[in-house]
Design a protein around this ligand. Structure first.
Ligand code: LMR
Length: 403
């Protein structure tokens, strides 16, 4: 019955984690998956998350009853404030439909199912983009097309090509945009460039579909990192926003996230938003019934308490600050080694990743000869570097570039 099935290709990111775990080289480095590591290269459980877990443990009313398919209303509202801003007109005017999801990937999945039901047109994704975007879109029965993003030669955003592709796409197209800390390039549009993107999208009546997995990791500020989303909404766009707490609260395996669908102001905007929410909820019911509760309870304990909220911001700054430090150390070391090429982009790029510009062959050599695991497209998760392994990393890069 199933004997015609072939094994599927391994995931380009998680397959490397497996290989890394099996590798016995004491110098091995894992810069494949986008997960924060502390200065000793260990996973980091935010102290504020530990506190929240304790509070939950001591809560006599906590239980394991089913949640509604939408998630808990008050949790949805608090999460929406983090991304849209507490004074967001969309929230005040009650025209944002929010439901809880299984982290960012779950939000993207629900979004794609919703878009299939309501628009059923191709989704434009940046070239390059996060490896899983294509799969999520395809599995939802939608088509994807690419828009230009990266200029390999200048190691920068190719804004002209991006705008041209937006102009050439059919009117009313959906564009999947990384709200901040673009994965894999670590390169975001500047505010001026976002404004141009917004202008073209408005002219073409395109629909913005934001993926926001790294709020707080690009600039260290939740507000700055949500700037593009908030700007688009100010300009009157309707939008989908996928929000994840995996990275900024370090809750990777616990899967905390939300999807927000914002509708334009009108006399019946609240009713439209309510209907959207009911559709999101019925899609959720057929896929997974209801998203798990533990992680969002932790998130909400932190979001609802001003003291814990501030601790969270401080701890997020520790994470983004250490990544920035490692960017500088890496760039300086490669310059010191006179490694052929330019390396300033490693320091200039933002968020969790650097798009190093290393070729597939060079990356394969880093993996095979030096046990340094990074994705084949030359992306490294800077968070995997530490003061202890950065020398070994840079010397290895130097070797593969020269040989
Ligand atoms: C990554 O890009 O490495 C992370 O977002 C983890 C994942 O799920 O791929």
């Amino acid at each position: 019955r199933f004997n015609t099935l072939e094994a599927q290709p391994k995931d380009p990111i998680f397959a490397l984690v497996d290989l890394y775990q099996k590798d016995e080289n004491p110098n091995k480095i894992n810069i494949s998956v986008g997960a924060y590591r502390d200065e000793n290269g260990n996973p980091y459980v935010l102290p504020v998350v530990k506190k929240a877990k304790q509070i939950l443990l001591n809560d006599p009313n906590a239980n394991h009853e089913y949640n509604p398919m939408t998630g808990v209303d008050s949790f949805c509202k608090n999460a929406a404030k983090v991304i849209l801003g507490k004074d967001s007109p969309a929230l005040i005017e009650d025209r944002c439909a929010t439901i809880q999801t299984v982290a960012g990937t779950g939000a993207l999945k629900i979004a794609c199912e919703f878009l299939k039901k309501t628009k059923n047109t191709p989704i434009y994704i940046s070239n390059p983009t996060w490896a899983n975007h294509k799969a999520i879109i395809e599995f939802s029965g939608l088509e994807w097309k690419e828009y230009s993003y990266w200029c390999q030669e200048k190691r920068n955003l190719n804004i002209d090509a991006l705008l041209e592709d937006m102009m050439n796409a059919p009117d009313n197209s959906t564009f999947l945009l990384h709200a901040c800390a673009h994965n894999p390039t670590g390169t975001d549009p500047t505010k001026e460039e976002w404004k141009k993107i917004c202008e073209v999208m408005k002219k073409k009546n395109h629909f913005p579909f934001f993926d926001c997995a790294y709020q707080g990791f690009a600039s260290g500020s939740l507000e700055n990192d949500a700037w593009a989303i908030r700007y688009f909404l100010e300009q009157g766009f309707e939008a989908i926003v996928c929000q994840s707490f995996s990275k900024n609260m370090g809750l990777y395996s616990e899967r905390a996230g939300y999807i927000h669908v914002i509708v334009e102001p009108s006399s019946n905007a609240s009713e439209i938003a309510r209907n959207i929410r009911s559709n999101l909820s019925s899609i959720t019911r057929s896929i997974l019934s209801n998203a798990p509760n533990f992680a969002v309870r932790i998130v909400d304990i932190i979001l609802s308490d001003p003291q814990l909220y501030n601790e969270w911001i401080e701890q997020m700054n520790i994470m983004s600050g250490r990544i920035q430090k490692m960017r500088k150390l890496t760039r300086d070391k490669l310059v010191e080694l006179k490694t052929p090429g330019t390396w300033d982009h490693i320091q200039k790029q933002i968020g969790m990743f650097s798009f190093t510009g290393l070729t597939v062959k060079q990356v394969e050599c880093l993996i095979e000869k030096f046990s340094i695991y990074m994705t084949k497209n030359g992306r490294m998760s800077v968070a995997g570097l530490t003061e202890k392994n950065v020398d070994y990393f840079c010397k290895s890069v130097d070797w593969v570039v020269r040989n």
